[in-house]
Design a protein around this ligand. Structure first.
Ligand code: FES
Length: 580
């Protein structure tokens, strides 16, 4: 930790708008006064933007306006001036074609809202999957002092006495219906038990993973990730974060001070320990690209390889976020990593202290939920990065969610050209497929879908499910929901729509996967592969205008985080010209 706080008092960027008595200043202040703000609020105190991803159509973040009031209270208490700013909210459960396509748009819009307005620091009020990375990307690109407050997970769901995990049980119930083990009426009854309160998915899905990533990166106060949305301590966390951001502005403690390479390595190891979502790979690569940290897919494999999963949460385990919180939450995991020599203890956090300072005295209150290191859920908690002629730029797999017997496998490819082709044929009993086959899905990557949808965990064909088989090897350039599971190889790069080798796989080809050796291989000759690639022409839908065109034209590969090429990097927060 090498951070030295800046001197205070000093002139802040917001004073470019509000200081003095020029015509422009009077114009800016005068308008703000129509909200009843006294004159002395414009005296140079930190102005804090509460970047709020609340939306009625992002139900996971539906309670963030209430939480914003607590953030405001904290900012006032610490002598700051809070301003709440609604920002683009990319909801996982409503946006089409996929919320992922809008992560970059949300990051772009938020970045410009932060830079173009009189804000000295920001509270990133987030929750649902894409809202956390998009705002972290914006903060990284502006490098304005920022602190993350997540909305927190929903309470446990229960159906007929059993825990129901968001997403995880949607897939399970849906497959049970297809296999004839559950009626449609029971499925509808279960629907009502899935979302018991406000908040994000209650599994260790992408939202909980990204909340944990924010905390492991040092961008949220310790303990933030797991507090349930409706627990009073969530509101306390919001208020404390509001207090803290004011001091961060005074100290000039910026995202680039916190999100260092060490911090990213801490986050990668944390992801392994929590059994976190594969989506974290893409988001952390994108955030690192914004803040100027050289992070690669190989860092994911290198750092995560020896990390055991110790958090026993769905989809890999049996409990939910509520129990994780009662057991002590992420600080316990970070402490365990530190004790195992797998944490950069000196990494700085938004609290102004080291991450080890924050966690070294915490206790584990339930060793079935957060396991001791010698009794892990799985030894291989990290994300495995596979390479070979089928994925020269890499593909990822989450070993903790996969079936052990499929981690080394050779099988006949059954190819679906795109998601519509998959949907049209998967339920056909005439489809030539059995459980030894490898399901291959193309054109679902960043350019191809477009947006890289969470369809990589293709449901199995009913005729296989009816045999009691629950997993097969699946390969695609898509993503997978953090709540999903299976031997699912994702993010295959380059993607099919960019002419990667995935594009030329044919049904009947043999594919070899060896996770231990980190290998994925299309068993055809080099000459045959070259001939096929030379003859390849794109067959995905190319958009002609609008944001989808911008996205398809500029999105980079999943192996570097699927950001837009012109948004990579930190542009800082220079104060632009005044137009008045
Ligand atoms: Fe929004 Fe899971 S769908 S948090």
């Amino acid at each position: 930790m090498t951070f030295s706080p800046a001197k205070w008092p000093r002139r802040l960027r917001s004073q470019e708008w509000y200081e003095g008595n020029s015509r422009d200043t009077i114009y800016h202040r005068g308008w703000m006064k129509n909200q009843g703000h006294p004159h002395d609020l414009f005296d140079g105190r930190p102005i804090i933007g509460i970047m709020n991803t609340w939306s009625d159509l992002t139900p996971c973040n539906g309670h963030l306006r209430e939480l914003a009031e607590k953030v405001k209270a904290g900012i006032w208490e610490a002598g700051g001036f809070p301003v709440e700013v609604p920002v683009f909210s990319a909801s996982e459960n409503t946006f089409r074609p996929t919320a992922m396509m809008y992560r970059n748009l949300a990051a772009l819009a938020t970045e410009e809202q932060m830079r173009g307005q009189p804000i000295d620091g920001a509270v990133l009020l987030v929750g649902c999957d894409k809202t956390t990375p998009s705002l972290l990307m914006a903060a990284a690109s502006t490098d304005l002092p920022s602190i993350v407050v997540t909305g927190g997970p929903m309470l446990n769901g229960y159906f007929r006495g059993e825990r129901v995990g968001s997403g995880t049980h949607l897939w399970k119930f849906s497959e049970a219906v297809k296999a004839g083990e559950m009626t449609q009426e029971e499925f509808l009854e279960a629907e009502n038990s899935m979302s018991r309160s406000t908040g994000t998915c209650n599994t260790m899905g992408t939202a909980s993973t990204m909340a944990s990533m924010a905390e492991a990166l040092g961008m949220a106060l310790s303990g933030n990730a797991a507090i349930p949305a409706v627990d009073s301590r969530r509101r306390v966390m919001a208020q404390l974060s509001g207090r803290r951001i004011v001091q961060m502005v005074k100290d000039d403690l910026k995202p680039s001070d916190v999100m260092t390479k060490d911090a990213f390595e801490n986050a990668i190891r944390t992801n392994g320990a929590i059994g976190g979502s594969t989506n974290a790979v893409i988001h952390l690569l994108a955030i690192a690209g914004r803040v100027g940290v050289d992070l690669t897919l190989d860092d994911w494999d290198r750092c995560g390889r020896d990390v055991a999963t110790i958090v026993n949460l769905m989809p890999s385990g049996e409990y939910l976020m509520e129990e994780f919180f009662y057991a002590g939450g992420l600080p316990v995991v970070l402490k365990r990593l530190g004790e195992a020599g797998q944490l950069h203890k000196d990494a700085l956090t938004v609290a102004g202290s080291t991450i080890w300072d924050e966690v070294q005295d915490v206790r584990n209150w339930n060793e079935d939920v957060i396991r001791p290191v010698d009794k892990p859920l799985t030894d291989q908690g990290g994300i495995a990065v596979l390479r070979g002629n089928l994925a020269p730029d890499g593909a990822v797999l989450k070993p903790s969610a996969a079936s052990q017997h499929l981690l080394k496998h050779r099988g006949r490819a059954v190819v679906f050209e795109d998601i519509d082709d998959y949907k049209a044929r998967i339920n056909d009993d005439a489809l030539d497929i059995d459980e030894t086959c490898v399901m291959v899905l193309k054109n679902c990557g960043p350019k191809g879908y477009p947006g890289m949808a969470e369809v990589g965990n293709m449901g199995l064909p009913p005729k296989v499910l009816k045999k009691g088989i629950t997993d097969m090897v699946r390969i695609s350039d898509a993503r997978m929901s953090g709540t999903a599971y299976g031997t699912v190889i994702l993010h295959t790069s380059p993607e099919a729509a960019a002419g990667g080798p995935l594009a030329v796989v044919r049904s009947g080809d043999m594919i070899e996967v060896d996770v231990e050796a980190r290998r994925i291989h299309l068993d055809i000759s080099e000459a045959d592969l070259s001939t096929r690639l030379e003859a390849w022409t794109p067959n995905h839908e190319q958009r002609e205008s609008g944001y989808e065109w911008l996205h398809q034209t500029h999105v980079m590969g999943a192996d570097t985080g699927a950001d837009l090429d012109f948004l990579k990097g930190c542009r800082g927060s220079p104060v632009g010209k005044d137009s008045h």
